[in-house]
Design a protein around this ligand. Sequence first.
Ligand code: FE2
Length: 233
Amino acid sequence: MRKELIRDERAGSIIATVNSLAYAIEARDPYTRGHSERVTKYALRLAEFVGLDKKKTQLLRYCCRLHDVGKIGVPDKVLLKNGPLTFDERAQIELHPVYGAEILGDLKFISAGVPIILHHHERFDGKGYPYGLKKEKIPIEVRIITIADSFDAMTSDRPYRKALVLSAVIEEIKKCAGTQFDPMLTKAFLKIVASAAAVPTVSLAFHMLLNGHVSNGSLSKNRPRTKGKGGGR
Ligand SMILES: [Fe+2]
């Protein structure tokens, strides 16, 4: 009984720590409000679809919420800039995975996730940052987050552009399979999106996607086959 209480207390304080850090970054950058929560939901759907084990999935949950925590270290004039970034500003933004790994480095509950935070902007073709890791050298959790992160970025309004329609998002994701994204995970993610999009409205489609009403690879034969429209960068 006492052991259970201690375990519950620990779990509670971990969740509170994760939420506090996530709120700290969202307070710095209001346009990213809700971003890490949505990325978590998309990533967990994909993780479930491809059968990621329980331990990795729990770590993925924390890493999704905190993937951009290093943006706390980026100056406001760069982080909140509405126009295109200069070379130097881009370099400052690209340090955020390193800052994130430093911020979380001493937290025991997420120490196994530090490489995930550090590498969350790597690309499948090796053209990402900060280390240019390639293919399976990139942890699977990162390859999942990359797709979920981009999907949310493209389907959300940003100060510098409106959200893309869902058909354009799907085309963009398809185009990036094998370059930015892991092709196997891209295929799986597009199956989830296609299932969710096979309902009359985008909001309903996204609701279904978020709430995990789409089963592994199966498209409901009873749903209306209308195209969804979404919105993103
Ligand atoms: Fe990031």
